[in-house]
Design a protein around this ligand. Structure first.
Ligand SMILES: Nc1ncnc2c1ncn2[C@@H]1O[C@H](COP(=O)(O)OP(=O)(O)O)[C@@H](O)[C@H]1O
Ligand SMILES: Cc1cn([C@H]2C[C@H](O)[C@@H](COP(=O)(O)OP(=O)(O)O)O2)c(=O)[nH]c1=O
Length: 680
């Protein structure tokens, strides 16, 4: 999406030859979608009567449409390379025109399938020739915009084609009512004629496009299967990407299930070809709505959570579609389904763009595209045969009878799968563990941000040490960490600022005594930035491994030093820190309360930027620490820092002992059975 800002796609269209090619592509895309709709509808109409035969017939069209690309794709790429591209595209368009036009005139299912395979074989020449031509017509800097426009017409024409198909069906029925319709058995003939004409228009546009060079460089069309296998090797390694890819494919499959069985399903509900067009279009209209408006909705919800949620809801909606036998409700639900799938796609794409390393981003995208094709092929080619095998059942419940057929079953399975994938994605990539989804959702609906994390829900144990300069935090946190390790706990001892790579740089800026000009606000933001890194890279991962995390300073330091010390609004400091930490609160905070006169005299070496603040500053800091502890005594232990070290240590140990988990987690006790428990 960022590319839109860099070079507007309209600039590419200012380029006359590309504009002409783009128009040809648009017309062809519209024709392709119309073709898919008309052929599946015609296949269904030609085999009306037997439910199983009809399901298989519609499924056959999908298989005939997809198989040539999978089997012959790479081969055709090599051939397409040897011919003049303009001539290739021109002849391909003429051939497609002739073959598509013949379908309604012949009007038999066998010819429909043969013609479909022929058209797809011709497409195998047209598509690589077009792909190879675009870089010749467009300067490199605008290639990305050109590809976006390309994508826009590839999918953007689908709802237009669906609506056109519905309109043509109605018009066809009307004409057939007045004069017996001569072409084919029904109104799909009209759609196929329009489809054939679209290819003819494209042929004309291409013919007049003299700028297409004969050939230039090789066209490479790697095998789809090879792309998938190789892509997974890179993509499968990363947990986040794995979650995203599985989720996006789940969303894709859910949409595919509806598209695959829509014709037979709509007919079972009493709808004709026009209704089929409407349901088909509803998926794409919903998708477009989801992509454009979905992200504005629930702006405050974590994107990763919204992603999983959208897929889960899509699954539930699909289940409802499977069970409700009312065409109007089904169309409305289909729009919702499309919207959920659209939201999932756009979040997935954006997250991959933002969070996946540069080095594997390109591969991830191309992996996704090729896997999406294979998924779609599998879903649509399995959906109809599965529906056919299951056949038609009518459940009689007293006076009521409930129809449940193969398409219902397919939609039900698709829905259940999507729910499973959605829940998996929610679990796999949750960035707000410990906060219930419901609480998060309610907050997001109200427009509130980041409800505080209830510390009890985080696995592991999180203890923070706080206090003024020289109060003895470092000494005590070290002693406590040793004591805990001795008991068999996995302990991560860390501190702020500066426990991450970025944090070390921030620390250098923050504590450099020469850095006098730093404003209070930027100081607060830099400490928060360090904390955000610290939480994401060190603390959270350790807690979720079940470790005990001991940190020397945390949010309270910012509230005390920046809030009270620098006199910033405590609410603001609290808010940026809640954002930075995702609301992570320690289970226990140990405050070592030492008067600044005492603490400051303990320090050796040159004073850093903060240490060299006047005494009143440190007094304010101390007061704030004590106020924070007094406000939530259950989460604090306050010890007198002037006491001898060993006395302080014992006091802290006594308090921590109360909240220590069992060193051997219950699950592993179950597994290990008779293994002795770990003692000293
Ligand atoms: N309870 C105590 N009594 C006296 N000196 C102490 C005590 N605790 C720590 N010290 C000493 O004070 C100095 C600062 O302690 P340190 O743990 O580094 O404080 P902080 O991390 O809070 O700045 C160290 O030299 C340490 O040995
Ligand atoms: C974490 C944090 C530290 N600070 C200050 C307090 C300390 O003077 C300094 C941290 O330096 P450090 O050398 O770690 O001091 P200490 O041993 O006392 O912890 O940064 C803030 O002002 N805000 C914060 O949020």
């Amino acid at each position: 999406m960022t590319a839109l800002g860099r070079s507007r796609p309209t600039h590419v269209l200012a380029n006359a030859p590309f504009r002409r090619l783009w128009m040809a592509m648009s017309v062809c895309s519209l024709g392709d979608w119309l073709n898919l709709l008309a052929l599946t509808a015609l296949a269904g109409n030609l085999t009306q009567g037997d439910y199983r035969v009809q399901s298989l017939a519609v499924g056959g069209v999908f298989v005939a449409k997809m198989l040539p690309a999978v089997l012959l794709g790479p081969l055709a790429g090599v051939f397409a390379d040897r011919f003049d591209r303009r001539l290739t595209m021109f002849c391909a368009d003429l051939a497609r025109f002739a073959v598509v036009l013949s379908i309604p005139f012949v009007g038999s299912y066998q010819w429909l399938i043969i013609a479909t395979v022929l058209v797809e074989c011709v497409n195998l020449f047209w598509v690589p020739a077009k792909e190879a031509t675009v870089p010749n017509l467009v300067p490199k800097a605008q290639l990305e915009s050109a590809n976006q426009l390309n994508l826009l017409v590839t999918y953007g024409t689908a709802p237009i084609a669906a609506m056109l198909f519905a309109a043509l069906s109605v018009a066809g029925d009307l004409i057939a009512g007045i004069v017996p319709f001569p072409l084919g058995r029904d109104a799909t003939g009209l759609a196929l004629i329009v489809n054939a004409c679209a290819y003819l228009v494209s042929a004309f546009l291409i013919f007049t496009l003299r700028d297409i060079p004969k050939r230039d460089g090789a066209i490479s069309t790697p095998s789809v299967l090879k792309q998938v296998v190789e892509g997974w090797r890179f993509v499968g390694r990363d947990r986040l990407v794995r979650g995203l890819v599985i989720g996006m494919l789940g969303a894709f499959a859910a949409g595919g299930a509806v598209v695959g069985v829509a014709k037979v399903y709509v007919e079972a509900l009493g709808g004709g070809d026009a209704a089929y067009g409407v349901v088909f279009g509803a998926v794409f209209v919903g998708m477009a709505l989801g992509m454009f408006f979905g992200l504005r909705l629930l702006r405050e919800l974590s994107r990763r959570r919204l992603f999983g949620l959208a897929i889960t809801v899509a699954g539930l909606v699909l289940v409802a579609i499977a069970l409700v036998h009312n065409l109007v409700i089904v169309v409305m639900l289909t729009v919702v389904l499309g919207a959920c799938a659209g939201i999932a796609w756009i979040i997935g794409y954006t997250l991959i763009g933002l969070e996946v390393d540069d080095a594997i981003r390109g591969r991830t995208f191309s992996f996704l595209q090729s896997t999406a094709r294979v998924t779609l092929l599998l879903v649509v080619s399995l959906a109809n045969p599965l529906a056919a095998i299951f056949g038609l059942h009518v459940l009689a419940l007293g006076e009521f009878s409930y129809r449940f057929d193969g398409t219902n079953l397919v939609l039900l399975i698709g829905g259940a799968l999507a729910v499973g994938v959605g829940v998996l994605a929610l679990r796999h990539m949750d960035d707000r563990k410990g906060i219930s989804l419901a609480a998060d959702l309610i907050a997001a609906v109200r427009g509130e941000q980041f409800p505080t994390e209830a510390a009890e829900h985080v696995p592991g144990l999180f203890v923070a040490f706080e206090g003024g300069e020289g109060s003895g935090k470092t000494t005590q946190s070290r002693l406590i960490a040793i004591w805990l390790r001795d008991q068999g706990f996995d302990v991560v001892q860390t501190r702020e600022p500066g426990s991450t790579k970025i944090g070390m740089r921030l620390r250098a800026i923050l504590l450099d005594a020469a850095e006098r000009g730093l404003s209070a606000r930027s100081e607060a933001l830099l400490y928060a930035a360090d904390r955000a890194e610290h939480v994401e890279k060190v603390i959270r991962p350790a807690l979720y491994r079940g470790s005990l995390v001991i940190t020397d300073r945390y949010v309270d330091s910012s509230l005390a030093y920046q809030g009270a010390g620098r006199a910033l609004d405590p609410k603001d400091v609290s808010k940026i820190n809640a954002w930075a930490t995702g609301g992570l609160v320690p289970h226990l905070t140990v405050l070592i309360d030492t008067p600044p006169e005492v603490g400051l005299t303990r320090l050796g070496g040159a004073a850093d930027r903060i240490e060299s603040e006047p005494l009143e500053f440190h007094e304010r800091v101390r007061k704030e620490f004590r106020a924070l502890a007094a406000a939530a005594p259950e989460r604090y232990v306050v010890v007198d820092g002037t006491l001898p070290q060993d006395v302080i240590t014992r006091q802290i140990q006594d308090r921590i002992r109360e909240i220590l988990p069992d060193p051997v987690p219950r699950e592993s006790e179950d597994i290990t059975g008779t293994m002795p428990a770990i003692r000293d």
